[in-house]
Design a protein around this ligand. Structure first.
Ligand code: ASP
Ligand code: MG
Length: 406
């Protein structure tokens, strides 16, 4: 007998039949003697529609009202699932975030969970009642509903699992686990049995869309065992866990990519102290997130090119900030390119193995793919390349690192 948290994403509760399917899965866990809390997303597409409503009625909408509107999708599914469970003879009740309460900070539309009170929940679960919790939402210090940012019900589930000291947090979705890379692009991608928190955190941050980044941070911090698995099959999924739990460590856990990148180059920036601060200070003030940066050493002339990347959504704002300061910054020209993709190889094995980056560079060179920017950390190497080479690069790298399925 275990205490488990089961989380179902939008496609898993996409229509009434699917909600009934979820109810059967939950019932199976209850029948096996487990105590269960379920966290649900809104039915697929619903949150997008609600976000569109807000944007249409008021482009500069009040974030508190936005949260009030977009949090409703989860309220619907939690109530429907509780009913579906009751139809199967399972005792269940729905919980909105504020009822538990799931307390968050006051950052409306991307709030952080600060505390979850579980006494009432636990008492009822111990009596055999399934708690069906609306994901994505909480209550802020202003006593109003907050939401946790898109994809936030993953974080609701992991936070609840941590608060309940659950044995596992099963994240049910429309894929059957975490893959070495995107199987829609690389047909030889393999499902991983296990992946470390760190690797999962890197892949989520570098473009893999399986889990919200914050949910992985939270799982790592609290040591919550997470399993990503399919709501449409009984196959075991991928366990996200500590490194020492993984016996057969591979060099790489996978290859991630993100098309949400744009490259900016400032041509002939003065090469003297304070220049980087003058450029990146105003960008950060304007909430532009800068990711990869390269600057060359100037050869004699005292000027050098500076290249960096931002998200596509931030590009226009970034260009505006820099053009407004052109005289001040003293660059000659600003070049921008949104046709780029960032490809990253990730693996904790890199800490103890040399030559990982070299394998990447040669594999890309062999295909004639030019590397525009490089950045590394302890467990990943990222390169920026032209977007049209995404598929080619992913396949070549997958083979070069020996990740292809047999
Ligand atoms: N329904 C919310 C969204 O679409 C939260 C979630 O599904 O995780 O972003
Ligand atoms: Mg999701």
């Amino acid at each position: 007998m275990a205490r488990i948290v089961m989380k179902f994403g939008g496609t898993s509760v996409g229509d009434l039949d699917r909600i009934r399917n979820v109810a059967r899965r939950v019932k199976a866990e209850v029948d096996a003697g487990n105590t269960v809390a379920v966290v649900v997303s809104a039915m697929s597409g619903v949150t997008n529609t609600l976000v569109d409503y807000c944007r249409s009625i008021s482009p500069m909408h009040d974030a508190r009202e936005y949260d009030h509107v977009v949090s409703t999708g989860e309220q619907v599914t939690s109530g429907l699932l509780a009913m579906a469970l009751q139809e199967l003879g399972v005792e269940a009740r729905s919980w909105a975030g504020w009822q538990i309460p799931i307390k968050t900070d006051g950052t409306h539309s991307k709030a952080r969970i600060v505390d979850i009170e579980t006494d009432d929940l636990v008492a009822r679960m111990d009596r055999g009642q399934v708690a069906v919790v609306a994901g994505f939402q909480g209550i802020g210090p202003d006593n109003r509903v907050t939401t946790l940012g898109r994809g936030g019900s993953d974080t609701s589930a992991v936070a609840l699992a941590a608060a309940l000291k659950a044995d596992i947090c099963d994240i049910y979705t429309d894929v059957d686990g975490v893959y070495t890379t995107d199987p829609r692009i690389v047909s030889k991608a393999r499902k991983l049995n296990k992946i470390t928190y760190e690797e999962m955190l890197e892949s989520a941050s570098l473009g893999a869309k399986v889990l919200q980044v914050r949910s992985v941070e939270m799982a790592m911090k609290h040591g919550v065992r997470v399993q990503v698995r399919s709501s449409f099959s009984d196959a075991p999924g991928t366990i996200i866990c500590d490194e020492d739990e993984i016996v057969e460590k591979e060099l790489l856990s996978g290859i991630a990519y993100s098309r949400d990148e744009a490259k900016v180059t400032l041509v002939k920036v003065a090469d003297r102290p304070g220049v980087a601060a003058n450029i990146f200070g105003p960008l950060s003030d304007a909430n532009v997130n800068v990711d990869m940066i390269v600057q060359n050493v100037s050869h004699g002339g005292g000027a050098t090119d500076l290249t960096f990347t931002v998200t596509k959504g931030d590009l226009a704002r970034c260009v505006k900030v820099l053009e407004d300061r052109k005289a001040d910054l003293g660059y000659v020209e600003l070049l921008q390119d949104a046709n780029v993709v960032k490809v990253s190889v990730i693996g904790v094995g890199m800490r103890s193995h040399a030559g990982v980056a070299q394998t990447m560079f040669s594999a890309l060179a062999e295909k004639g793919i030019n590397i525009q920017v490089i950045s590394t950390s302890e467990i990943k190497v990222s390169v920026l390349i032209a977007e049209e080479y995404t598929e080619l690069a992913l396949r070549a790298l997958h083979t070069a690192y020996g990740l292809d399925a047999a």
